[in-house]
Design a protein around this ligand. Structure first.
Ligand SMILES: [Zn+2]
Length: 469
């Protein structure tokens, strides 16, 4: 299942100011009102910069009734007057809801009269409004361009807020974090900003900051699915690990309880670094941020994760393993570590949006084990016409009974292997990255592999049937 952040309405009160707000902007006479202003149209202060000249000239020579039109079409060489016309028209276009045209006109006004503050603030307001409209329409690249242009005009907190969210949605978490933290520093305290920051910290495995931000989001009224459960999990983990020690290697931080256990920790860290190289080579993926791994006493592991006794580990943003798993031998440990580290890579690349069959399938491939049981299970299913549709394998396998679960894992394994064999690791990585931002799996398949999801499944089924003969 695909979780989507609900975009809370962030439309700010930026609206294009009417031209009159400018200190020296003369009120152009509306048609029919000309006689009242006549050649006095230029207000005090305008004459000094020549601003009022064409108006005055028009008023003096033409019949007063034609004044408004004369001003509007005057082949004037006065940039200030032209800029003002652009601004006036922009206000009309803004009121009509045509922000693209509004922005063009205001850019023009600004080019003609770069020192007029009104045009700068109007342009910025229009850009901000248009950028937030882009966010609501999920046009994130367009939003980034507009926010960036708006930011160059003057620094405003809500620009950082919108920009940060747009970067988050285009999968640029470091830029997103920088912008959102600037927004918070500038006073942003809305649920969406906190929630997005919390998710970014979760993705980069910073549990303490994630917990602080998610608590702030809940306090600001965030009502996101799973938020309360995530906060509870982070709080449980923090409490359970209060007296854990941390040991580091190049790419991992391993947390382990209290005294002793150094030998076990070193064994696990070595296995993890080996997994980093092997899984990295498979997906050309070598993250710089260190991944956190926690080694729990067996009973704590089961209580915290709710995993069955045979489970060798889980990945939920961190790799969690029961210390008893080490007793099962180094080959078993290496296999578990490769499997869980592959989950870390897949979840990170796809931002958790990869369907479960891809996630469990690729993790099994990463184990580098030949498992005759998987082939047998699959052959039986093909013979009995019992192959499950991929749609049934998109979400968690825990709802399956034991037999269905073994088939689900076997199918996931062969589907992932087929994908890798046919498309290559590089394209599988691109697929995972496309899943992070695409709105459907089908979109991601088309974007990264040039084939529809249905097409892939049809070919996969044909290959499974052929392989089973
Ligand atoms: Zn798994």
């Amino acid at each position: 299942m695909r979780s989507r952040l609900a975009w809370l309405a962030l439309l700010i009160a930026a609206s294009v100011a009417i031209g009159r707000a400018g200190a020296r902007a003369p009120a152009l006479p509306a048609t029919g009102d000309a006689s009242a202003t006549g050649d006095a149209a230029a207000p005090a202060g305008a004459a000094g910069n020549g601003h009022g000249a064409p108006v005055a000239a028009g008023g003096a020579d033409a019949d007063p009734g034609a004044l408004a039109a004369g001003v509007a079409t005057a082949p004037t060489a006065d940039p200030a007057a032209t800029a003002e016309e652009r601004n006036r028209e922009a206000v009309e276009r803004a009121n009509a809801g045509d922000l693209d045209r509004t922005i063009d006109l205001l850019r023009d006004a600004r080019r003609l009269a770069p020192d007029t503050d009104l045009y700068r603030t109007n342009l910025q307001a229009a850009l901000i409004d248009a950028a937030f409209a882009d966010l609501r329409g999920e046009r994130f690249r367009g939003a980034i361009a507009r926010f960036t242009e708006a930011l160059a005009l003057a620094d405003r907190g809500e620009i950082h807020r919108g920009l940060g969210y747009a970067y988050y949605r285009t999968n640029e978490p470091e830029s997103a974090r920088a912008e959102l933290e600037r927004a918070v520093a500038a006073g942003a305290a809305d649920a969406q900003t906190y929630l997005t920051l919390g998710r970014i910290h979760l993705d980069r495995h910073d549990q303490a900051r994630a917990l602080a931000m998610l608590r702030a989001a809940a306090g600001a009224g965030a009502d996101s699915p799973g938020l309360a459960a995530t906060i509870a999990r982070l709080e449980r983990d923090a409490a359970a690990e209060a007296d854990y020690r941390a040991l580091g290697s190049s790419h991992f931080i391993l947390k382990i309880e209290g005294r002793g256990g150094d030998a076990a920790a070193r064994t696990v860290l070595n296995a993890l670094e080996d997994a980093y190289r092997r899984v990295g080579a498979r997906f050309a993926y070598y993250p710089l941020e260190r991944i956190e791994v926690v080694l729990y006493p067996d009973e704590t592991f089961r209580a915290l994760t709710g995993s069955p006794h045979w489970s060798g580990g889980i990945y939920d943003g961190r790799i969690k393993m029961p210390i008893g798993g080490l007793a099962r031998g180094s080959e078993r440990l290496a296999r578990t570590v490769r499997h869980e580290y592959a989950h870390a890579a897949i979840v990170t690349l796809s931002k958790g949006k990869a369907p479960v069959w891809i996630n469990e399938g690729l993790a099994q491939v990463a184990e580098e084990t030949d498992d005759a049981g998987r082939s047998n299970r699959l052959r039986m299913a093909v013979a009995a016409d019992g192959i499950l549709p991929l749609a049934d394998l998109a979400s968690g396998f825990t709802r399956f009974d034991r037999d269905q679960a073994s088939l689900a894992y076997a199918q996931a394994y062969f589907a992932a292997k087929y994908l890798l064999d046919r498309k290559g690791a590089y394209n599988v990585r691109r697929l995972l990255e496309a899943m992070a931002t695409a709105s459907t799996d089908d979109d991601a398949f088309r974007l990264a592999l040039g084939m529809s999801y249905a097409d892939f499944e049809r070919r996969l089924r044909a290959a499974l049937a052929a392989g089973a003969r």
